[in-house]
Design a protein around this ligand. Structure first.
Ligand code: EPZ
Length: 408
């Protein structure tokens, strides 16, 4: 397995940006939208809310001339990120009702910080019969901190930003998430005529405007897909180049791999990884951006499973996000869970086995472990993968991996 792979547009950027198109009755054109089931769900929600949606080879056009303000359970239950239509609907229509997101295998995922932000802008919040309703005769700018027990919130920052762009006056979001996807959303909103400053820092200032207009935008590269392919190269011990990536956005992952002993050559939009002898063990903690991303934690566990020595991976964002551990142990990994830390004792090799995917990133980790394992690994429930990776099996085949999607 070796060669070059092109990175797709970012799922976690495309989803809130598509929701933001609800903020105007004019046409918006979004480029580089990845072909993923989560994107499909978001387009279903926009259509359900009354928007005209067209889609052709990575370009999505949305015109939300009129919008309904209720997104029901049967469309919302498929994807938690649906919650990010709350902000745009509240901003534009001053009311919104969305089904409360249910449980999630990666851990507890409340939306209290989102609602705290809406209340600061003057909205009344009501949770009833599994729905959350937000309502405001008008929205007025305010200062609000989005710091919670486990740090700040990415979609919460997006949601409050999208509600505040049409509020009267100035909103200051303190302790905002600094993820590149938040910056990408702010860039799109500013193209629509919003006045946002400070995105990418922990203090975002939004001066409300009367209305927004249509805009055209290209979504940033998917930094988690980029990180996943860097780990694929590492785990296979081969030379892999990822292109159409943003090297800056992948820096924390690249630094961790360098600490393990891999050589990484970075240019602005591409990175090449190369093995350099036996990987070294690593102690790693997940953090908000620019720290090491929680969405790369499982993939690193798969890599460190065969790095001689003791590694420790601590999950600070979703402390229970270790569904992949029991499946990796079925492949022969030696991992103990100690609270929110996985203690990994490197083994000489993994053996192929039938394993079950539980969530998006855990399933990617199992595929990567399968690239390393002796014999055949069969990953079931791969629909999880299709939620967040565009053509993962084809891209890996393109690098020479022996991987096949089997219809069951
Ligand atoms: C976004 O989820 C991403 N999803 C997640 O990626 C990612 O894991 C997460 O950010 C963290 O980076 C999308 O962008 C669509 P959070 P989000 O609110 O915004 C707690 C993937 O694999 N919290 O930043 O929902 C929460 O429970 C997905 O692509 C509150 O307590 O995550 C968590 O512990 C999985 N109250 C922490 O904050 C709130 O109101 C961070 O969650 C909100 C969050």
């Amino acid at each position: 397995m070796a060669g070059t792979v092109r990175i797709s547009g970012s799922k976690n950027s495309a989803l809130p940006i598509l929701a933001a198109t609800l903020l105007t009755n004019e046409r918006c054109v979004i480029h580089r939208v990845p072909d993923l089931s989560d994107v499909h769900y978001m387009l279903q929600i926009l259509t359900h809310l009354g928007a005209e949606v067209e889609r052709a080879s990575g370009i999505v056009t949305v015109k939300a001339e009129k919008v309904a303000t209720e997104a029901p359970y049967d469309v919302v239950r498929k994807m938690r990120a649906s919650v990010c239509v709350l902000g745009p609907l509240l901003g534009r229509e001053k009311e919104a009702t969305v089904s409360l997101p249910g449980g999630c295998v990666i851990g507890d995922r409340p939306i209290d910080l989102h609602l705290k932000g809406f209340e600061a802008l003057g909205a009344a919040v009501r949770v009833h019969s599994g729905n959350v309703k937000v309502l405001a005769p008008s929205l007025r700018g305010a200062s609000v901190s989005l710091r919670g027990k486990l740090g700040t919130t990415v979609l919460g920052t997006d949601n409050v930003m999208m509600a505040a762009v049409l509020a009267d006056g100035v909103t200051v979001i303190q302790d905002a998430a600094r993820e590149p996807e938040v910056v990408d959303l702010a860039d799109f909103l500013n193209k629509m005529g919003a006045k946002i400053e400070g995105a990418g820092t922990s203090r975002i200032v939004i001066e409300g405007v009367k209305e927004l207009h249509g805009a055209e935008h290209e979504v940033i590269p998917d930094r988690i897909e980029a990180g996943t392919f860097l780990v694929a190269g590492a785990i296979a011990g081969k030379k892999v180049t990822i292109t159409r990536a943003n090297a800056g956005h992948v820096a924390a992952v690249a630094d961790a791999l360098k600490t393990c002993g891999y050589q990484i050559a970075a240019k602005s939009d591409s990175l090449t990884i190369q093995a350099n002898g036996t990987p070294r063990p690593l102690n790693l903690c997940t953090e908000g951006y620019p720290g090491f991303p929680t969405d790369m934690q499982a993939q690193m566990c798969a890599l460190l499973a065969t790095a001689p020595g003791e590694s420790a991976v601590t999950e600070n964002i979703f402390p229970q996000r270790f569904m992949h551990v029991s499946e990796l142990k079925r492949m022969g990994a030696a991992i103990e869970l100690d609270g929110a830390t996985a203690r990994i004792h490197g083994v000489a090799s993994l053996s192929g086995a039938p394993v079950m995917a539980s969530d998006l990133r855990a399933s990617a980790a199992l595929v990567l472990a399968g690239l390393k394992a002796d014999g055949m690994t069969e990953v079931s429930r791969v629909y999880h993968i299709d939620r967040g990776y565009e053509l993962l099996d084809e891209k890996l085949s393109g690098l020479g991996a022996t991987i096949e999607r089997v219809k069951v």
